[in-house]
Ligand binder design. Structure first.
Ligand SMILES: Cc1cc2nc3c(=O)[nH]c(=O)nc-3n(C[C@H](O)[C@H](O)[C@H](O)COP(=O)(O)OP(=O)(O)OC[C@H]3O[C@@H](n4cnc5c(N)ncnc54)[C@H](O)[C@@H]3O)c2cc1C
Length: 105
């Protein structure tokens, strides 16, 4: 049974390349704690918005999309890594209980 969870490094970015970009797990594979699909759906919506805002300028659209996506998904990946670390800790139950207290976050 596999014992490792593979992710991309938190905060991974790349230099903009004309006419190509990534979205979803290909861009920001993170621990499966409830963020990946949500981020992927938002990526699609944001990319669509950027394309609509820059008709005829694909490079500008991709740059705008990637700027927002890198920032948003880095925050989600950091959060997911923190939860994953809690879930894998020997005292996971105690830490999760504390996390769900109003002041535990
Ligand atoms: C156990 C688990 C629980 C999760 N729970 C949640 C959750 O509660 N909430 C949440 O938001 N996210 C959750 N996620 C994360 C979520 O599943 C992913 O972030 C999301 O599916 C990513 O979507 P995607 O379209 O980028 O990639 P994928 O869903 O992986 O889709 C990629 C598709 O491309 C296909 N493909 C790959 N290579 C090729 C090729 N060469 N040619 C053609 N097709 C190809 C694959 O077969 C696949 O269908 C969970 C993940 C796991 C593993």
């Amino acid at each position: 049974m596999p014992r490792a969870i593979t992710t991309l490094p938190v905060g991974v970015t790349w230099p903009a390349k004309p006419g190509v970009t990534l979205l979803g797990d290909a861009a920001h594979l993170m621990p499966p704690v409830g963020q990946g699909a949500n981020m992927a759906l938002l990526d699609g919506a944001r990319l669509g918005q950027a394309l609509a805002a820059h008709p005829g300028d694909l490079a500008a659209a991709v740059e705008e999309y990637e700027r927002e996506m890198f920032e948003r998904t880095s925050a989600a990946a950091r959060h997911s890594a923190r939860i994953q670390e809690m879930l894998a800790a020997p005292d996971a139950a105690r830490r999760m209980l504390a996390f769900f207290q109003p002041s535990g976050r």
